[in-house]
Design a protein around this ligand. Structure first.
Ligand SMILES: O=C(O)CCC(=O)C(=O)O
Ligand SMILES: [Fe+2]
Length: 292
């Protein structure tokens, strides 16, 4: 796998080195925006549906965030490194018994690199692709404060053939929910733990389309039976939205095959920065410096 990855993995290190160290948040943001203007266009990122077309508030659908080869590598990492149920207290089917849920955190990916089970180029790819997604969300929604990653999760949802017979369409792959509060039957959304109340924006990057079902839906009610818009996952496609009660969403049943994606949750509150990302970046720096 390592050799194959190195052989087919395009050189993503041709970006110019960063210019000046930046001081204030505003400077940092402006600096990112200027650089992104060029690189987003260069990398072929484009908006395909806006908030209005998706029927709600602060929503976007865009594509061009990963090439077919990159999607393949990223899905393979998920399948290779995944411990079933990772991120969900080792429950292999946290959402529905009809699917298996495999997840990889950045910490686990780092551990796999350290153990020489995957190439460091693979971890670098995860960080670069997800950084681009973050930059895009920040810029698209014209945010005045920087976004920090708070959690990154590579996830595959795989239909269990023995359970697909007679599966009800209300047996969602991911029940309708809001990412930063606890959605109640009444429609209220409670902003307290165990909800991740510090999440401000969410984005999902899709890695494949070779499965049946599995559409992402924005809903106005909890059942998922009626929805405002649906997104068909495809390699390189990104759905982004604000994490609050404006955006209840869910995933329709995956009826056949594996649906792989990278879930990203962002915060304006640097106290909730993803520690595993910092460690992964540090690991790559040490490898590059020959210290590991
Ligand atoms: O995979 C998706 O399309 C959405 C998943 C999701 O909403 C979540 O994990 O919070
Ligand atoms: Fe969600």
């Amino acid at each position: 796998f390592d050799n194959w990855l190195t052989a087919c993995y395009p050189d993503r290190n041709k970006k110019p080195q960063s210019v000046e160290p930046v001081k204030t948040k505003e400077e940092q943001l402006r600096w990112r925006a200027v650089n992104q203007l060029k690189s987003l266009a260069e990398m072929g990122v484009r908006v395909i549906q806006t908030t209005q077309q998706l029927g709600g508030k602060k929503r976007v659908l865009a594509e061009g965030f990963a090439s077919p080869m990159e999607c393949l590598v990223l899905s393979e990492i998920t399948k290779l490194a995944a411990v079933e149920g990772d991120g969900y207290k080792h429950n292999t089917s946290p959402h529905t018994p009809a699917e298996n849920f495999q997840g990889v955190t950045l910490g686990r990916a780092g551990l796999m690199v350290h153990a020489h089970l995957i190439d460091d180029a693979a971890l670098e790819l995860i960080l670069e692709v997800t950084d681009l997604c973050r930059d895009f969300v920040e810029r698209h929604f014209n945010l005045q404060e920087p976004l920090y990653f708070t959690f990154t999760h590579l996830v595959c949802r795989t239909a269990r053939p023995e359970m697909s017979f007679n599966r009800s369409m209300s047996d969602l792959s991911h029940a309708v929910h809001v990412d930063n509060c606890l959605l109640q039957d009444s429609g209220d959304c409670l902003r307290h733990p165990p909800a991740y109340t510090f999440r401000d924006y969410s984005a999902i990057l899709y890695l494949n389309s070779e499965f049946k079902g599995g559409e992402f839906i924005f809903t106005h009610d909890q059942s998922g039976m009626s929805y405002e818009s649906a997104v068909n996952p495809e390699c390189g496609r990104l759905v982004g939205f604000s994490s609050g009660p404006d955006n209840p969403h869910g995933v329709l049943p995956v009826l056949e095959g594996s649906r792989c994606a990278i879930g990203m949750w962002f915060t304006h509150d640097r106290r909730h920065k993803e520690v595993e990302r910092t460690l992964a970046e540090l690991l790559l720096k040490k490898i590059e410096a020959g210290q590991i």
